[in-house]
Design a protein around this ligand. Sequence first.
Ligand SMILES: [Zn+2]
Length: 262
Amino acid sequence: MRYLKIISLLFISLSILTCASSPTGRSRVLLVSDPEINKMGADAFKDIKAKTPIESGARENTYVKCIANAILAVIEDDTGVQSWEVVVFKDNSANAFALPGGKIGVHTGILPVAKTTGQLAAVMGHEVAHVLARHGAERISDATIMNKGMGAVGAASGNNSAVMGAIGAGAQFGVMLPFSRKHESEADILGLEYMAKAGFDPKESIDLWKNMSAMGGSKPMEIMSTHPSDETRMKQLNEKLPDANKLYEEAKAKGKNPGCKL
Ligand SMILES: [Zn+2]
């Protein structure tokens, strides 16, 4: 009887945490709840802020936040985040990341790579998409399953660097868990949609990947770790461009013109 109770409790808690499908319709199992992973993201971000010099220049901050706010204004965030925090870090590495809990970090080193407003919007859209699609929770859940059902919350506690890597703070914590091809592809599709809805020309996403491609071995951590070749992702983005262009035209018709300038 007691076992039955435990089993049914387990079943109930699993069914609460299970998410039937990703934003693009992939079926998956999530063993970490939004409040849990939001806290992990917020804690990691606090740590990163303590360890990394923050760019206080008004020019960079106004520019980055202008783009971020335009993107954030069009997303549908159902992860329980009240407001997003955007920080520009004084770091020459070409990196940008978003963490669960509504956190966006942009290194000054990405500005010479994402050369235009639209290109930086493509980067931020892609990173925010990883968060909204709960890719971090999915990665932790996969790892948890591989570890023979070790409790997700147990694994996540204690500033575990593998968990930090899973939620997307890998570059800062020394463990980079690569986003899989399916996650990259999903983040590309969603990111393209966000930037278009925000009024950024979606074809700039392809220019961004051309620049990334030209960087060779010195690509940003998150980008470097991914499986799809630059050609594959540019091909996919090209395929999605007609749909994104419709959203872009609609956005422009509604008067959306972010006009952010560095
Ligand atoms: Zn990615």
